[in-house]
Design a protein around this ligand. Structure first.
Ligand code: SAM
Length: 406
């Protein structure tokens, strides 16, 4: 990671926030235990949490301490009210390594992928982006043939700290703290976290940014993005070009996951499955097979709640550069020196938006995208905030497609 030191410091602060929040939660429960008239089962449920939370805290601290990360409470006053939690994705640890055989949400994912890969498919050198606990990578390494190396990349340390222990053959004990327990005895479950078989040969855990993976260009035969494209990039359209860089020509990109976005993703980037498939096509990937099915998600056996998500599983092959369909003309490329041509139908074109109309008016067969942008900025029609040219290219693309060029 380019910002490794800053991340280490942030994790230490997040760990301090986790300790403070856990201790506060235990204190609140103690107060409720003495203040209220309680059912026996209710008292037992609260008492289990009062007893379990400090153990939970210490187990998490021990995992981090084993790699030298300790809580930094030096600036406790500065901690934001809702700090990004070091326990984000904690529930995946139990889903991946504790719930089966009662609930197994991993095997259906493995089988969905196995079903859509070509008959002669081999994993080869494989990169898994946003791998979480790497359980899917682990199982795919056993289920699909030809794994040479499986590099599981994630930016979040806790799941990897757990999986690293499992790779060494250890079993851990970790609490599942169901927010909505199905039974009063399920609120604080001490679960064994264990792998039922050894890791596949070549599995490696790499803590890194999956949006800029530190890998050799063209070095992978397969890239897998499980539950990644909607959650991680702010705009999934930026992913295909990045994946093109890391895959060898003819390599496979397998996507598996839903289209359920964080609040921060803007509407224009909340691609549905069909839009995402179009993005893949445009970026020079050829789809060979896909499925789109609804599956249970995080339906813990301890919880009275679980989700259903529609999951797209698609296998694509990266076309080599010579065969890649570059649908966009050179003049639309970023910073292109080629003038925007006087497109057929331009004189009678009715723009659907004033911004597009303003752009269309400036097409004279000589101006480039940069020239059009400059003219709009000078006229005060568009803000010069560093994104003006992107906006103009967007307008030109709409116009170009509307004139029958898509
Ligand atoms: C929805 S979870 C999916 C986890 C896993 N793929 C699975 O199928 O269970 C998204 C994962 O992406 C990881 N993540 C978030 N931002 C990331 C980034 N910039 N680079 C790599 N991983 C990231 C999170 O830590 C989390 O493990």
């Amino acid at each position: 990671m380019t910002d490794a030191q800053a991340r280490l410091e942030a994790w230490s602060k997040q760990l301090a926030a986790f300790v403070a929040q856990t201790d506060e939660a235990a204190q609140r429960l103690i107060v409720q235990l003495v203040e209220e008239a309680l059912l026996t089962a209710t008292r037992a449920r609260l008492q289990a949490l009062v007893d379990g939370l400090p153990v939970h805290r210490d187990r998490i601290l021990e995992l981090f301490a084993s790699v030298g990360i300790t809580p930094d409470s030096s600036s406790a006053d500065e901690l934001p009210a809702t700090p990004e939690s070091i326990l984000s994705y904690y529930s995946l640890i139990h889903r991946d390594w504790s719930w089966a055989p009662e609930v197994d949400e991993v095997t259906p994912s493995v089988e969905a992928i196995a079903k859509i890969v070509p008959k002669d498919f081999r994993l080869g050198r494989t990169l898994v982006l946003g791998a979480g606990t790497a359980r899917l990578a682990w199982d795919l390494g056993h289920r699909l043939p030809g794994a040479e190396e499986i590099v599981a990349v994630d930016i979040n340390p806790l799941p990897f700290l757990v999986t690293e222990r499992l790779m060494r053959g250890e079993t851990l004990q970790l609490f599942e703290l169901a927010g909505h327990p199905r039974k009063s005895t399920f609120g604080c479950k001490d679960l064994a976290v264990a792998a039922s078989r050894p890791p596949p040969p070549g599995l490696r855990l790499v803590l890194a940014d999956g949006l800029a993976p530190p890998v050799v260009p063209g070095g992978f035969d397969t890239v897998i993005t499980p539950w990644f494209v909607d959650q991680v990039p702010s705009n999934a359209a930026t992913l295909p070009p990045m994946i093109r860089r890391v895959l060898r020509a003819g390599g496979s990109w397998i996507n598996h996951g839903p289209f359920v976005y964080p609040k921060s993703t803007k509407a224009a980037h909340r691609y549905c499955a069909d839009e995402f498939l179009e993005l893949i096509d445009q970026a020079g990937f050829r789809r060979t097979a896909l499925s789109y099915e609804s599956v249970p998600f995080l339906a813990s056996p301890a919880s009275s709640q679980g989700r259903t998500e529609w999951v797209l599983t698609v296998h694509t092959r990266m076309l080599d550069v010579a065969n890649a369909v570059s649908r966009e003309p050179a003049w639309l490329g970023p910073g292109s020196a080629v003038a925007v041509p006087l497109l057929d139908g331009l004189s009678t074109y009715v723009a659907p938006h004033p911004a597009i109309a303003a752009v269309a008016k400036l097409i004279d067969g000589e101006r480039t995208v940069t020239d059009v942008t400059r003219a709009l900025v000078e006229a005060g029609d568009i803000a010069d905030d560093g994104t003006a040219e992107v906006a103009v290219r967007g307008c030109l693309k709409v116009l170009w497609q509307a004139l029958g060029n898509a």
